[in-house]
Design a protein around this ligand. Structure first.
Ligand SMILES: NC(=O)c1ccc[n+]([C@@H]2O[C@H](COP(=O)([O-])OP(=O)(O)OC[C@H]3O[C@@H](n4cnc5c(N)ncnc54)[C@H](O)[C@@H]3O)[C@@H](O)[C@H]2O)c1
Length: 244
């Protein structure tokens, strides 16, 4: 498939995990892909490995970094067709234990970044009938101890996605994927028993792979999803069905 030939894609948090899988997927389908990340070494490795990938240092919680990224992509490619808003921050704790700085960090990187990205890129996306895919989480819909900041940010992201779909229709489609447990560094340090426990909460009875989330993101960003906007697509192996 070459659904993204001639197109420019921005992937935040593209240096590893689901973001890096997106970089590989969009590039394999013909796109030039900008990795917007703060981990310069990991991002540079992905950019070097993947044909068509480039790295721009961008802390997604900083408006000036978004302006720099937009300026670079537009100067070099003349267009931005797709934004994948994937970077996040996670800090655990009930509110009385959670430092205010941690709360602010989670909201800034996980939620505010989607607003900043849209502020920087909406005119360019609208000019080419582009599309946005935000990466949410099952924690937007299910409540577990310790997840207050993250769940609030992801829940807000879901509302923001619907709002952005309204604001920028019909030119820009805006959707979200809602991953369940996906085998990235979040789980890398866990024991096999904990991972098996996590996998057992899904109907698929296994962890998801980053590539499986990237495939859903590429679908939503592509013309195959031309009549889909303001939607959430679960990519969770049935996790939410079991926990409803
Ligand atoms: N892995 C899972 O099980 C899972 C489940 C549900 C949702 N998600 C969501 O999927 C997305 C990706 O998760 P992952 O597991 O692939 O993460 P990951 O930790 O493997 O990668 C996250 C990337 O984001 C980058 N990043 C962090 N802060 C940043 C900032 N301020 N600016 C720019 N980049 C920054 C990191 O450097 C890293 O490259 C996140 O939105 C996460 O909430 C993951």
């Amino acid at each position: 498939m070459s659904r993204f030939a001639g197109k420019t894609v921005v992937v935040t948090g593209g240096a590893m995990g689901i973001g890096a899988a997106c970089v590989r997927r969009f590039a394999s389908e013909g796109a030039v892909v900008y990795i917007a990340d703060v981990d310069d070494a990991a991002a540079a490795d992905v950019a070097a490995e993947v044909d068509g990938a480039r790295f721009v240092h961008c802390d997604v919680s900083k408006a000036e970094d978004w302006e720099g990224l937009a300026e670079t992509a537009l100067r070099e490619q003349g267009r931005v067709d797709v934004l994948v808003s994937n970077a996040y921050a996670l800090r655990f704790g009930a509110p009385h234990e959670l430092p205010e700085d941690d709360w602010d960090l989670v909201q800034a990187v996980t939620l505010k970044a989607a607003y900043l990205g849209m502020r920087a890129l909406a005119p360019s996306l609208a000019a080419v009938d582009g599309s946005v895919v935000a990466v949410s989480s099952v924690h937007a819909h299910a409540s577990y101890p310790g997840f207050a900041a993250y769940a609030a940010a992801k829940g807000g992201l879901g509302a923001l996605v619907r709002q952005l779909a309204v604001e920028y229709a019909p030119a820009v489609r805006v959707n979200a994927v809602v991953p369940g447990p996906i085998m990235t560094r979040q789980f890398a340090g866990m024991s096999p028993e904990s991972i098996a426990d996590e996998a057992g909460r899904t109907l698929a009875n296994r962890m998801g792979r980053p590539e499986e989330v990237a495939a859903a993101i590429a679908f939503l960003a592509s013309a195959d999803a031309a009549y889909i906007t303001g939607a959430e697509l679960a990519v969770d192996g049935g996790w939410q069905v079991r926990h409803r």
